[in-house]
Design a protein around this ligand. Structure first.
Ligand code: FAD
Length: 307
């Protein structure tokens, strides 16, 4: 019988492990098929506190992992394929590993993260972190004074366009539909910005650049045009990794795990959630680490009051 099973090995999962291990609740962490999580898909992380020169995404998450190992976290390189979560306070949760082994635990921390949606264009994958980004807050600064593009017409895309317009020279906003999906207030703000050039009914048909992004081709009204840009921000949404929990936990309309206000508690006793899987708003390494810490403290308190 375990006290604390952590599902996920991004900043949320490993930070939860550091806190749980130091509270002596002996966490067992399952890495899943992306050991280290989303940060392993990027080059430089410049906004994580404590690294004044920046740090590579891989190095950062490996350092958090090392810290979790230092306090004796048991790390298992396997994927969870099913969960049977108890409704009872003090109940036993069953976690199925690789479709065969069942682990029983009094507590579970879910930190399975989310996956950004891709455009599906040639060259996109290879230039992630080399000009292509899913996060203006993370990478906008690298393009200070330069021209960039952003794809998407929802709230996130418009918020990111607004942010980029303050630091970049020109921001091309590429929207597939003939209107915005975002709230009216954001639309009004964007329409007032002189350096945001909007392309409705448009799509990106080509990514230009071999070792780093150099430009894009935009198709509008059957005409292709090429634009030189240093950054392309893809803001067409994220998929939270919650397939496993669909019939087990309360999710919001976008599929993110619902947590109780000001805590990481889900609707099942002893089950807590941290990081991007429960956060459709901030989606940062630091906020994931923060909620990972919260989840471990919440679980430790839950176990204390059971005993
Ligand atoms: C290209 C890119 C660049 C970014 N740059 C920055 C940046 O500069 N600064 C910043 O703050 N943020 C950045 N982010 C965002 C940041 O990476 C995320 O906010 C953060 O990684 C979320 O952490 P997490 O622990 O919640 O989940 P994730 O990092 O998404 O990790 C999820 C983990 O869950 C595991 N998992 C999933 N399903 C299962 C399962 N069934 N069983 C077991 N394990 C499972 C996966 O294997 C993975 O290890 C970037 C994101 C991307 C994609």
């Amino acid at each position: 019988m375990e006290n604390c099973v952590i599902i996920g090995s991004g900043p949320a999962g490993y930070t939860a492990a550091i806190y749980a291990a130091r509270a002596d609740i002996k966490p067992v962490l399952f890495t899943g098929n992306i050991p280290g999580g989303q940060l392993t898909t990027t080059t430089n992380v410049d906004n994580y506190p404590g690294f004044p020169e920046g740090i590579s995404g891989n190095k950062l998450v490996n350092r958090i992992k090392k810290q979790a190992i230092r306090f004796n976290t048991k790390i298992i390189d396997k994927t969870i394929t099913e969960v049977r979560l108890s409704n009872q306070r003090g109940g036993i949760h069953r976690i199925i590993v690789d479709k065969k082994n069942i682990i029983e635990s009094k507590g579970v921390i879910i930190a399975t993260g989310s996956s950004p949606k891709f455009l599906g264009i040639d060259g996109e994958n290879k230039l992630i972190g080399l000009g292509i980004s899913f996060c203006a807050t993370c990478d906008g600064f690298f393009h200070k004074g330069k021209d960039v593009a952003i794809v998407g017409g929802g709230d996130t895309a418009l918020e990111e366009a607004s942010f980029l317009s303050k630091i970049c020279r020109k921001v091309y906003l590429v929207i597939r539909k003939k209107s915005f999906k975002a709230s009216k207030i954001l639309q009004n703000r964007i329409l007032k910005k002189k350096n945001i050039i909007i392309f409705f009914c448009s799509q990106i048909t080509k990514i230009i650049g071999n070792n780093f992004l150099e430009g894009i081709q935009i198709l509008q009204n059957k005409t292709n045009k090429i634009f030189s840009i240093s950054g392309l921000f893809i803001a067409i949404g994220h998929n939270p990794n919650t397939e496993l929990f669909k019939n087990q936990l309360k999710l919001d309309e976008k599929g993110y795990i619902l947590v109780k206000n000001g805590s990481t508690a889900t609707n099942k006793p002893g089950v807590f959630s941290a990081g991007d899987v429960q956060d459709s708003v901030y989606r940062q390494a630091i906020t994931s680490a923060g909620t990972g810490c919260m989840a471990a403290i919440d679980l430790e308190k839950y176990l204390f009051f059971l005993s």
